[in-house]
Design a protein around this ligand. Structure first.
Ligand SMILES: Cc1ncc(COP(=O)(O)O)c(C=O)c1O
Length: 408
């Protein structure tokens, strides 16, 4: 009999979620109503921020946050070249130009030194268009918001954080998503808590929050919930700005409420599972486990390892032997295919976005332009991780990995 499949992740649903959905159906209020408002309240309380505004996804959350911060055509937005394509797509939607910046291979996050290099070069060449830094707290590890915020304030830039994977992650005791002008979260099932699809913009800025709220609902001056709470709701809103339909449904809101009630437990469970992998993988020389800098608390949205490459020795193009990377990439791909065959779900971490057709062609980019991102794309492996993964399942993953590496 084939072994049972170990999925890459599993959502944590129980009777609470099962009860929540029929309640919404019975209530008759399906879109951006009381359950979405409850979810937003819980989310903002959890993170300790002034505003949490639910959207249909992190992609749309990013789109709204960028627009509300005034980003548009003729602006440049600096973002890591290793991230999910949606980070760059959200910039494209605004008409601004995404400018890729390479990552620090040890953390998989944007490299502050390389942001400075880009800004210094621009100063020397022509009038600057850089307006925003869009760091990503990738895989559940906060970006280095201290240095990013410093660079931003010294250069008059805005910071919007893509915290799609950052729910529950901390840096110096502060949550991912809370150290920028706005933070954007994803509630897709690959994330620690999920509403199916869904996103959230968080901010302490009243003006930005007001704009995001209106823009997610066609640009209307008030929401249906506000309208119905006032005078029976017969007077329709004013529309003074261009908006979108990025409203979350109450079915999702109800799931979100139930998920928030177990958020601490889920994050703790993921951390424990990650610690167990760290221990089990100690003796596997070919695998570098996720690095956690001092004063950072990883939330392990994904447990992403590096195959063969030693991130502590790779800082620059000059340190890289491309022929090794190509050989190791073929080995990594074969390893992943063989793990899948054994019922163990694995993935590469995410993409080097500059290597993807749309961006490559539009901006004339080459694969080796951002070498650390290229290596992360070609050599990363995400292992299965979820709340409730058992020790036996993790042992099976690590033993299979070891065995397949040996028989490569
Ligand atoms: C870094 C990053 N940004 C943005 C997104 C987009 O999130 P969503 O699927 O909620 O639009 C994702 C999704 O995986 C992501 O990983």
């Amino acid at each position: 009999m084939p072994d049972e499949i170990i999925p890459i992740t599993r959502p944590v649903f129980d009777e609470e979620e099962e009860r929540a959905i029929p309640e919404v159906i019975r209530s008759g209020w399906l879109v951006q109503g009381p359950r979405v408002a409850d979810f937003e309240d819980k989310f903002k309380t959890f993170l300790g921020v002034k505003h949490a505004i639910a959207t249909t996804s992190c992609t749309t959350a990013l789109h709204l946050a960028l627009l509300a911060a005034g980003i548009g055509p003729s602006d440049e937005v600096l973002l890591p070249s290793f991230t999910f394509i949606a980070t760059a797509n959200a910039v494209e939607y605004t008409g601004a130009k995404p400018v890729f910046i390479d990552i620090d291979l040890a953390t998989y996050n944007i490299d502050s030194e390389k942001i400075l290099e880009y800004l210094d070069n621009q100063k020397a060449i022509y009038k600057r268009h850089a307006k925003c830094i869009l760091p990503v707290s990738l895989f559940g590890l906060c970006a280095n918001m201290e240095s990013i915020n410093r660079i931003a304030s010294e250069n008059g830039l805005i910071v919007i954080e893509d915290a799609a994977c950052g729910f529950g992650a901390k840096r110096n005791g502060r949550f991912a998503g809370t150290e920028a002008l706005a933070g954007c979260f994803s509630l897709h099932p690959r994330k620690a808590i999920t509403t199916g699809e869904g996103g959230m913009v968080v901010t302490n800025d009243d003006h930005l929050a007001d704009k995001v709220r209106k823009m997610r609902d066609h640009g209307g001056s008030k929401t249906d919930l506000e309208r119905h709470l006032q005078n029976g709701g017969s007077m329709l809103p004013e529309y003074n700005m261009l908006g979108f339909n990025y409203r979350m449904t109450d079915l999702q809101g109800a799931l979100g409420v139930a998920q928030m009630d177990k958020a601490d437990m889920i994050i703790e469970g993921r951390r424990k599972a990650a610690a167990r992998y760290d221990e089990l993988l100690q003796g596997v020389a070919e695998i570098t486990t996720p690095f956690v800098p001092e004063s950072y608390t990883h939330a392990y949205q994904s447990y992403v390892c590096l195959y063969k490459a030693d991130s502590s020795k790779l800082k620059d193009k000059a340190d890289i032997h491309w022929s090794d990377v190509d050989v190791w990439n073929r080995e990594r791909n074969r390893l992943m295919a063989r793990l899948e065959k054994k019922g163990i779900s694995v993935r590469q971490g995410t993409h080097a976005v500059h290597t993807l057709g749309y961006y490559k062609k539009k901006y004339g980019l080459n694969d080796y332009d951002y070498p650390m991102s290229y290596i992360a794309d070609r050599l990363s492996i995400t292992l299965p991780l979820y709340y409730g993964i058992t020790k036996e399942e993790q042992l099976r993953v690590v033993n299979s990995l070891q065995e397949l590496i040996k028989t490569r």
